[in-house]
Design a binder for this molecule. Structure first.
Ligand code: BES
Ligand code: ZN
Length: 445
């Protein structure tokens, strides 16, 4: 009897306990995640898409272009940075400014004249970023010697001592071409572009000897003259190289949920010495539009919007972000989405630097573009700020519109009028759809 009573009490206890559990939802994992997934499922892509205001995006782009060239470490970049910090504040983001040293560079003057059989021909040229200057009076009557691509083996059997080495663009970094020429005794280097446009490129660090670039047609004049016989040149290069600082402008959007996961969305806001509308006010405008659309939308992870400084002089801002403690540990980073040149071209490219890296994020973005009926191709390029993150093992996607037109890229023609609002909108949509997919399919718990 006693035993029976105990048994009944035991049964009663179990019934009451399981009732409590079922009311609190503690015995069923599905019941526990239900409220969260209900919150999350409120994030439909269509809802976000409806909030995009492309006129507002174009205003962001116009404002940035209004600061004039945003050269790394110079006032245009500084003013644009202040504007971005204000814009983040208006979007209720927590603003952090990440300062780093940068070398300011200005191409002040280049004069190149080739001389043959008593005839002098001026050649249009520009200095490469971080090219050192010639002496004030320039170099006079120096022989020109062709050295192929400027690889080490290209100097076998030729003598560039005291000469100006002439090399073609391609295969190795510009700085290596210049370095290889300088250690063989060249006084200066001319690099011929493969495109018929000025060669705008960086040497990453101050060069030992002056290095200039010429378009393919100007280069052809030099090559033709070299075919004819002995060729000499006068060269004056006047550049300014100065220590300064630059900033990444970071806007933090925190999730209301307890999370250490963060998605980075970035775009560089500096430019070369040109209006820099497509490269890359377009990407920063897209970034601000995404932040505007997502204002007040709670996500299961944090977002860091990063406007990078000093991309054009060697990805300095993004390199700095990954190497300093401003980047949370890379294992917390879901991925990095980079927007660079999203307003001109025919099709969207979804890029990573190489085929060996993690394609998790780029696959999602690629599928998003397909679902949205946006013309898209997947390619590889490391020519922008996603590269340092990718090297860190972080999944990346670099979104750009291609093909880029060398007649506009890094030239005075890179103006607001060339930015096609529809292409910027397409890219913003791809990012928002990528985020929706991340929320609903990857972080929905
Ligand atoms: N936006 C360009 C990169 C780019 C150009 C991507 C054309 C796709 C097509 C970027 O601002 C840039 O010019 N990058 C530099 C590289 C960097 C290491 C200085 C470049 O490509 O020369
Ligand atoms: Zn760019």
């Amino acid at each position: 009897m006693k035993k029976r009573l105990f048994f009944n009490k035991y049964i009663l206890f179990i019934i009451v306990f399981s009732l409590i559990l079922s009311f609190t939802g503690c015995n069923d994992p599905h019941v526990e995640v239900a409220p969260k997934s209900e919150e999350v499922s409120l994030l439909t892509f269509e809802e976000l898409q409806g909030k995009i205001d492309i006129d507002r995006t174009m205003e962001y782009i116009e404002d940035l272009v209004g600061f004039g060239p945003r050269l790394a470490g110079l006032p245009g970049e500084v003013e644009a940075g202040k504007y971005l910090a204000e814009a983040y504040k208006d979007l209720e983001l927590e603003v952090e400014t990440e300062e780093f040293p940068v070398m300011v560079f200005q191409d002040k003057e280049v004069q190149l004249t080739i001389k043959q059989w008593g005839e002098a021909t001026p050649i249009t040229a520009n200095s490469l970023t971080y090219s050192t200057s010639t002496p004030e009076d320039g170099l006079t009557d120096l022989p020109l010697v062709y050295a192929g691509l400027g690889r080490r083996e290209d100097f076998n059997g030729i003598d560039v001592t005291g000469a100006i080495a002439v090399v073609h663009r391609g295969e190795l970094f510009y700085r290596d071409k210049v370095h290889n020429s300088a250690i063989k005794g060249a006084e200066a280097v001319i690099i011929i572009n493969t495109e018929d446009s000025p060669l705008m490129a960086t040497l990453i660090d101050k060069s030992i000897v002056p290095a200039i670039g010429v378009s393919s047609s100007e280069g052809q004049k030099i090559m033709d003259a070299l075919e004819e016989g002995e060729l000499k040149a006068d060269l004056l290069v006047n550049t300014l190289i100065e220590d300064s600082t630059s900033n990444n402008i970071i806007g933090m959007k925190e999730s209301s949920k307890e999370t250490d996961k963060v998605l980075i969305i970035g775009a560089h806001y500096d430019s070369v010495n040109c209006p820099g509308a497509n490269d890359n006010a377009s990407g920063v405008g897209g970034l601000l539009e995404i932040a505007t659309v997502l204002k007040g939308v709670d996500l299961p992870f944090d977002i860091q919007y990063i406007a990078f400084g000093s991309e054009e002089v060697g990805l300095i801002g993004s390199r700095n972000n990954v190497t300093t403690n401003h980047l949370k540990s890379s294992s917390n980073v879901i991925g990095m989405i980079n927007l660079d040149m999203i307003g001109m071209g025919e099709y969207l490219v979804v890029l990573r630097e190489n085929s060996l890296s993690d394609d998790f994020l780029s696959n999602i973005a690629y599928k998003a573009a397909l679902d949205l009926d946006i013309k898209v191709v997947a390619e590889f390029s490391g020519r922008s700020d996603h590269s340092p993150y990718e090297n860190q093992g972080i999944p990346v996607v670099f979104l750009a519109y291609w093909p880029f037109d060398p007649l506009y890229y890094h030239t005075e023609r890179d103006t607001l009028e060339t930015v096609d609002p529809q292409l910027v909108k397409n890219t913003v949509e791809v990012v928002l759809k990528t985020i929706t997919t991340l929320v609903n399919e990857e972080y929905n718990q």
